[in-house]
Design a protein around this ligand. Structure first.
Ligand code: PEP
Length: 251
């Protein structure tokens, strides 16, 4: 089967009403490739995304959700709240949340379950640190991160599961995994899904690469058979660079 390419802009804690408006206006003037394109601004800017992206083919979503549906969780935002503003996607377990907010594999699994139950596309991030790669532990780490999610969610509808392989050493550093390194891990991730869930789910799940992707290196990454698109941080803040990256993702 042919998985539709997907390129996601993770704006992290960047942007403002004015700069986002400029981005949307510029991006929407362009002729877009026939792939899935998704923008992930800060929670506070979701209503603005909904306004600019209505009647377009571009999806949007949030950078995180709480691991509870409602209640005494000051400062947190639930899956249904982001849905209320039209979100279709959510990033879960980004390495910055794992390191800055001490998110564990179990917490990431709980959030994924809530996202899938709310019928959101859950973009689950996994990735190893440089120390772990040097110690030859990359596959053990990825297997633990992903299997924790799959074990909890394997009986849920996984049609909206997306996995992003994002080596921590490549995020925001300018160091990018080689297409061969990334493809090896994507193949490994597909095999993990096959073993834990089914061949069907493994074949249908889109696997994104993230980590210093830019308009010069994206084509070689996206040409690999198991790399179905990208999760783009820094280079997504500029509408023109992001568009160029999207152009290279068409199969
Ligand atoms: C990310 O935020 O997920 C990411 C991959 O960032 P960058 O593209 O800046 O490395």
């Amino acid at each position: 089967m042919l998985r539709k390419s997907l390129v996601v802009a993770n704006w992290k804690m960047n942007g403002s009403l004015a700069s986002n408006q400029t981005w949307y206006t510029r991006f929407l003037l362009q002729k877009l490739p026939d792939i899935d394109i998704v923008v992930i601004p800060s929670h506070i800017y979701l209503p603005q995304a909904a306004e600019y992206l209505k009647n377009t083919t571009i999806g949007f979503g949030a950078q995180d959700i709480a691991n509870a549906s409602h209640g005494a969780y000051t400062g947190q935002v639930s899956a249904n709240m982001i849905k209320d503003f039209g979100s279709q996607y959510v990033i879960i377990g980004h390495s910055e949340r794992r390191s800055l907010c001490q998110e564990t594999d179990d917490l990431v699994a709980e959030k994924t379950k809530l996202a899938l139950t709310a019928q959101l596309h859950a973009i689950v991030c996994v990735g190893e640190t440089l120390e772990q790669r040097k110690a030859n532990k990359t596959k053990d780490i990825i297997a633990k991160q992903l299997n924790t999610v799959l074990e909890l969610c394997k009986n849920d509808d996984l049609a909206k599961l997306i996995v992003a392989y994002e080596p921590v050493w490549a995020i925001g550093t300018g160091l990018v995994a080689t297409p061969e390194q990334a493809e090896e891990m994507h193949l490994f991730i597909r095999e993990l899904i096959k073993q834990c869930v089914s061949s069907d789910v493994a074949n249908n799940t889109r696997l994104l690469y993230g980590g210093s992707v830019n308009a010069s290196n994206s084509a070689n990454l996206f040409n690999k058979p198991n790399i179905d698109g990208g999760l783009i941080g820094g280079a997504s803040l500029d509408a023109d660079s992001f568009l160029q990256i999207c152009m290279t993702a068409k199969r």
